[in-house]
Design a binder for this molecule. Structure first.
Ligand code: ARG
Length: 459
């Protein structure tokens, strides 16, 4: 394909250099945004009298035809083109002749590409948002089914205090809701600064209407500095940062699902349709999907590091280095979408083994804090009670007791404040049901949490 810029050169571009330079094999996915941007640009040029009404109509029809033909498969991308912008423009000119050559008036590929990525990301983020909501819903439903499932809550991966599975899993709903909000915030900021009309970097001598273009493309404002409009990719970085945090959350959740699925825990069982077997060990049921999500988290962090590093030394304004933004952000978007799509049904079909959780909760002295609180309620300062209970736990471990079955006489030897009612106070059910503070594992609090998430989902 002849280069549009060939006029200034005496020799053609070396074939390998041409391939190296070309981005069509990855930026062709922005064809729709490129065409949408060009249609609005042509409208503006026509309305401002920069091109004629007839040229405007020819361009808009021509672009509409190209879009239709790409979507129906009639037109395929020319992989020899330099990028999607050049491809569409030259296809337009092929179709409508001279009018097509007027489309690029008062713009440059620099502001064009800065626009296309923003439009593309806005649409992808909408999809990601939808997938996030589905996952949050699956978590909320799982929580709803398991408000009575008592399990050990952990700190340092040591059994710490009894909680309900509903309380535990809802944590991820809150994390993912913040991810949802963060992505929306970033999209809002991105769409407040429409770059088109910044042109190469310095703006233009034509009397254009940038606000018209911004408004018709779904932006709430324009980039107020044309150099800024074409030079920054901070919106890509912000989104990949948000995706990285989101992936970190999914990775932690994955790690727990993997642990819980092990024979050592057996708190949950993943559905056969989301697990795999081993090629050699017939007994194995592997949590491959969760492991892959955990693994792909590193890949998204890599995309963030790659783009941060690409941008850090660039002088203003556009540099070709910036073409590298796309593969990083596209990879992050694709990865997040795939992970979310697999995660929601994996959680929805996951079986919760309440009996095993309950058994584990009874084995680790996780009601020791409640035993100390028992003494505190009888008047003892907390620090003294804490020390007493520590000694009792030590005695139990040495002599093969748990707090629930240590005889009352023995308790009384440690402190006369102990009485028969202590057993009721340290039952797992009491430990959970008596937690009344806001946000706690107690049933009233968990109910409120579920209501909050439900309300968010209904909005
Ligand atoms: N393919 C290029 C990119 O992705 C489009 C912008 C090219 N601009 C330029 N001045 N060469 O960044």
């Amino acid at each position: 394909m002849d280069k549009m810029w060939a006029g200034r050169f005496e020799k053609a571009l070396n074939k390998e250099a041409d391939d190296f330079n070309s981005s069509i094999h990855f930026d062709s996915r922005m064809y729709k945004q490129d065409i949408t941007g060009s249609i609005v640009h042509a409208k503006m040029l026509g309305d401002k009298g920069i091109i004629t009404e007839d040229e405007k109509a020819q361009i808009i029809n021509g672009l509409g035809g190209i879009l239709e033909d790409i979507e129906s498969g009639k037109l395929s991308f020319d992989m020899d083109a330099e990028d999607i912008h050049m491809f569409i423009e030259s296809e337009l000119t092929k179709r409508i002749g001279d009018a097509g050559k007027r489309l690029h008036t008062a713009r440059s590929r620099n502001d064009q590409v800065a626009l296309d990525i923003r439009l593309y990301l806005a649409s992808e983020c909408e999809e990601i948002g939808g997938l996030l909501l589905k996952l949050i819903e699956a978590i909320k439903d799982k929580a709803n089914e398991n408000t009575d499932a008592i399990m050990p809550g952990y700190t340092h991966l040591q059994r710490a205090q009894p909680i309900t599975f509903a309380h535990h899993i809802l944590t991820y709903a809150f994390m993912l809701k913040r991810d949802f909000d963060r992505i929306n915030d970033a999209v809002g900021r991105m769409l407040s600064q429409c770059p088109i009309g910044s042109c190469a970097l310095a703006g233009t001598t034509y009397d254009t209407d940038r606000r018209f273009e911004a408004e018709h493309l779904g932006f709430t404002g324009i980039a107020l500095n044309s150099i800024d409009g074409v030079s920054d990719r901070d919106f890509c970085l912000e989104l990949i940062s948000d995706f990285s945090i989101l992936m970190m959350h999914l990775s932690r959740f994955s790690e727990e699902i993997i642990l819980w699925s092990s024979w050592e825990f057996k708190f949950v069982e993943l559905d056969d349709s989301y697990t795999t077997g081993s090629s050699i060990m017939p007994q194995k049921k592997n949590s491959d999907m969760a492991e892959l999500v955990r693994g792909k988290t590193g890949r998204v962090y890599g995309d963030l590091m790659a783009l941060l590093t690409t941008l850090k030394g660039l002088p203003l304004a556009y540099n070709k280095d910036m073409q590298e933004d796309k593969e990083a952000i596209f990879d992050a978007v694709d990865t997040v979408k795939k992970c979310l799509s697999i995660f929601a049904p994996m959680v929805a079909t996951m079986k919760v083994l309440k009996g095993n959780m309950y058994k584990a909760a009874g084995e680790g002295f996780i009601n020791a804090t409640d035993l100390a609180d028992y003494l505190v309620k009888k008047g003892m300062p907390f620090r003294t009670a804490y020390k007493h209970v520590g000694e009792i736990v030590g005695y139990c471990i040495k002599n093969g007791f748990v707090l629930e079955n240590l005889p009352l006489e023995k308790y009384k030897e440690f402190d006369p404040l102990f009485d028969e009612d202590l057993y009721e106070e340290i039952s797992l059910e009491t430990c959970v049901n008596k937690r009344i503070s806001a946000g706690s594992t107690g049933p009233q609090s968990v109910k409120k949490q579920i209501e909050y998430i439900t309300e968010f989902l209904n909005k």
